[in-house]
Ligand binder design. Structure first.
Ligand code: PLP
Length: 402
């Protein structure tokens, strides 16, 4: 069985997929799981479990500087995105008949797919917000779209999971607020990596996920502004303010709270460490593979790119093959894009940025985390030339077809 300790000789550069669980989060999970008790039960063990949940809510609210009642626990980022998109849409549509959903073309599938379902099944209309060549939303388009008045909601992610581009969420939130339109942002990749002042941004709903910040899988939250109205997606016991049903996982949310506090308190130092490593990695890669191309915002010295994100295209290579060759060499990374029926699909994010399909399929994402080191950078740079050489020689049937 592979553990992080057992993988010490490997280089883990896929923190955007999931981050190693923090020892303190694991301890909190183990301590909480020693106790029996449903947080909704009225007896002493139930009240103990309830106390753990409410303490976790207060700790997360404290770290994010929002009211505890704003924190709605869910089973992760995907559920939070679904609750935000469907919940805000249904409430607004019922209220004033609005049908249009504004969304960026670079959203995660946890946002894209619920919107597509609302379009296919519920009569919603999607309006795609274009992005520039760095993957950043063009805010003029939002102002223009909002002027039409039949917008049910707008959703734009805080930072992109593939290319790391940070979106102007404060500006977008202000435009939506002025137009009286609910604004949701998926902050799954931003938490712990970027400064996040939720009060200043003032979004209607913000998605966060536990396993991306060193907490356990299967926990997340939607941070909901008190003025926002959401129609529930899950019906049942109404445990989370009637907005979300399901028995709360007290051990998981306790550990999630530890991870969120850690993510927020260490953010500045982590970002500095990661940004320095990222710049080293980009320059090491371009030294050993001179035709490699960095995608997204160069983001030197500011908050325009996730600090630990390196996303590069390797012309003439097929990304999935390169990934497997690096895997065999002990380096874990990602292509970032989906594979349908075994055929690598070009990334919708890169396509929206104007990258051609072949280049898109030749891309890899290396995402660094707080335990990443200079040794990891050196090991990636050492493994790449042979892998790139083999991938180029193997070619790709899919690329050859183009
Ligand atoms: N949103 C973004 C931007 C993500 O990167 C991810 C996971 O990769 C999700 C949502 C889904 O989160 P979860 O894995 O907690 O369901």
């Amino acid at each position: 069985m592979a553990t992080m300790a057992g993988m010490a000789s490997r280089v883990y550069a896929d923190h955007a997929a999931t981050a190693p669980m923090l020892p303190a989060a694991r301890e909190a999970w183990v301590a909480a799981s020693q106790h029996v008790g449903n947080p909704s039960s009225l007896h002493s063990p139930g009240r103990h479990a309830r106390r753990l949940v409410e303490e976790a809510r207060e700790r997360i609210a404290g770290a994010l500087r929002v009211r505890p009642s704003a924190v709605v626990f869910t089973a992760g980022g995907t559920e939070s995105d679904n609750l935000a998109i469907k919940g805000l849409y249904w409430a607004r549509h019922r209220d004033n008949g609005a049908q249009r959903i504004l969304l960026s073309a670079v959203e995660h599938h946890a946002v894209l797919d619920p919107v597509q379902w609302l379009v296919d099944d519920q009569g919603a209309k999607a309006q795609w917000l274009t992005v520039d060549s760095l993957g950043r939303v063009v805010t003029d388009d939002i102002a223009e779209a909002l002027a039409h008045g039949d917008v049910a909601l707008c959703t734009v992610m805080w930072a992109n999971n593939e290319v790391g581009t940070v979106q102007p969420v404060a500006e977008i939130a202000a435009l939506c607020r002025a137009a009286g339109v609910p604004f949701h942002t998926d902050a799954v990749q931003a938490l712990g990596h970027l400064p996040m002042d939720l009060t200043a941004v003032g979004a209607s709903a913000v998605t966060i996920s536990s396993h991306k910040v060193g907490g356990p899988f299967g926990a997340g939250a939607l941070i909901v502004d008190p003025t926002a109205t959401l129609t529930p997606v899950l019906h049942g016991g109404g445990q989370e303010r009637e907005v979300r049903s399901g028995t709360l996982d007290a051990p998981a949310v306790s550990a999630f709270a530890v991870a969120v506090e850690h993510a927020v308190t260490g953010q500045e130092e982590r970002a500095r460490h990661l940004a320095a490593l990222r710049l080293d990695l980009v320059s090491a890669i371009t030294q050993v593979v001179p035709d490699a191309v960095l995608n997204g915002d160069p983001g030197v010295g500011d908050d325009r790119r996730l600090p630990g994100n390196v996303h590069m295209s390797f012309p003439g290579c097929e990304g999935d093959l390169l990934l497997m060759l690096l895997d065999a060499a002990g380096v874990d990374c990602s292509t970032g894009s989906a594979c349908t029926a075994g055929i690598p699909e070009p990334s919708h994010v890169l396509l929206a940025m104007g990258v051609d399909p072949a280049t898109s399929r030749s891309s890899l994402r290396f995402s660094l985390g707080e335990n990443s080191t200079q040794h990891d950078v050196d090991a990636i740079a050492a493994a790449l030339p042979a892998a790139v050489d083999r991938a180029k020689r193997a070619g790709s049937p899919n690329l050859r077809k183009l």
